[in-house]
Design a protein around this ligand. Structure first.
Ligand SMILES: C[S@@+](CC[C@H](N)C(=O)[O-])C[C@H]1O[C@@H](n2cnc3c(N)ncnc32)[C@H](O)[C@@H]1O
Length: 391
């Protein structure tokens, strides 16, 4: 087996590994994994090797540094008779006989190495062509891991969302269980993805609740979570505004919740002092009926322009209020999934620093457009105190 060890040391030294597959298991056991794949990924800027263990009904992941990766592969070769290492220099086929005699065949390379740091799109956090139980269950990929053509936008959206989650993970608490809520979870593709990423890939301790108004959707999602063995993912029926299920939530997610449901979710997050908020608003009607400024008549008289402007004003106000409430806030492009301009994501991280500028900006902006937003009313005294302290 020494020549396998040497090969692994050489390809990891040169960082030439693209993909590794261990197959042809010696002893079949329905409770154990029957295939292992390994690929290099960048996790928080560090090169690690992501192992994917494929069982009959699930996959699990493990991220290992180079030394541990080599040790692990050597242990795994006690179980497997075959390995295939795709590197940028060559493809290696490793064959191990019943008596553990090793043969390594070297062939021309068939795969091209991608730049891990710069080609994030292709290095999806959840890769293509690797069967993933939750994506299979939700009908995004087939049993072989192939993403269905009609679901490719959804697959991209899931991965884009996870990239955004990856960026905020350092802002989540380091000890104890991280409580997360997804308000207006709907069919919950992104909720399942979030759970998979945090629990199966990053190995964090989390409890996630998905909340929605639709009973059939909630029942279905609870069944899927149970089938997948996602024990700390629960779906609840209810209205965001009246939700009282928990005392503290560390991260609030709300994706495409309609109109002021987004504001209700942001209000809850502020009340809980949540560390992280990820929100993609949708169909803002509230301010459309209110905005008016004489100078803006050329804009207001075109329904489509007014509608878009109203959405932008609403999101600007949301970001501004979040800043006043002690959050560092950015507005980012989510994904043009539904071919709609409503694809902005508000990312807010609690810093507890209140910007006096944000208060002044908010007052002027609100007066200019003559609006009285639900978000401000919903926060009541909490926001009023801050606005009044800086008269
Ligand atoms: C467009 S879907 C988005 C689903 C999912 N978050 C996504 O992005 O794929 C919006 C969901 O929000 C839910 N919703 C709207 N208002 C809500 C409220 N006040 N409380 C709870 N759920 C709400 C709807 O029932 C619907 O399932």
């Amino acid at each position: 087996m020494d020549n396998i060890q040497k090969l692994l040391e050489s390809i990891t030294n040169e960082q030439s590994l693209i993909y590794f597959v261990l197959s042809n298991i010696r002893k079949k056991d329905k409770d154990s994994f029957h295939k292992v794949t390994i690929r290099p990924i960048l996790l928080k800027g560090e090169l690690v090797y992501q192992f994917t263990y494929t069982y009959e009904k699930k996959v699990t992941h493990e991220n290992l540094n180079t030394n541990d990766m080599i040790k692990k592969v050597m242990i795994l070769f006690e179980k497997f008779k075959q390995g295939q290492a795709y590197t940028s220099e060559a493809d290696y086929q490793i064959l191990i006989s019943k008596k553990f005699k090793v043969k390594i065949l070297k062939k021309q390379p068939t795969k091209k190495k991608e730049n891990l740091a710069h080609n994030r799109k292709k290095n999806y956090i959840i890769p293509e062509n690797e069967p993933n139980p939750f994506l299979i269950k939700l009908g995004v990929m087939n049993e072989k891991g192939k993403v269905l053509a009609t679901k490719f936008d959804k697959f991209r959206q899931i991965n884009r969302f996870l990239e955004m989650v990856a960026d905020v993970v350092p802002n989540l608490k380091k000890k104890g269980i991280i409580n997360i809520i997804d308000f207006g979870c709907g069919k919950s593709y992104l909720t399942f993805a979030l759970y998979h990423y945090l629990v199966n890939i990053l190995k964090l301790k989390v409890k996630i609740i998905g909340l929605d108004l639709k009973k059939d959707v909630i029942n279905h999602c609870n069944k899927v979570a149970k089938d997948l063995g996602y024990d700390d993912l629960t779906f609840m029926l209810g209205d965001i505004e009246h939700f009282k299920g928990v005392d503290k939530v560390d991260m609030v997610v709300t994706l495409h919740a309609c109109d002021t449901a987004t504001d209700a979710a942001l209000i809850k997050a502020i009340e809980w002092n949540s560390d992280v908020i990820l929100s993609v608003p949708c169909c803002q009607h509230e301010l459309l009926k209110q905005i008016h400024n004489e100078i803006m008549i050329p804009l207001e008289k075109h329904g489509i322009i007014k509608e878009r402007m109203s959405a932008l004003i609403t999101d600007s106000i949301r970001a501004n209020i979040l800043e006043i409430m002690g959050y560092s806030t950015q507005i980012l492009e989510f994904i043009d999934l539904e071919h709609t301009p409503k694809n902005l994501l508000i990312r807010a991280i609690r810093t507890n620093k209140i910007s006096k500028n944000a208060i002044e900006e908010y007052k002027r902006f609100k007066a200019f457009w003559g609006v009285s937003p639900y978000f401000e009313k919903g926060l009541g005294e909490k926001l009023a105190k801050k606005l009044n302290n800086y008269c």
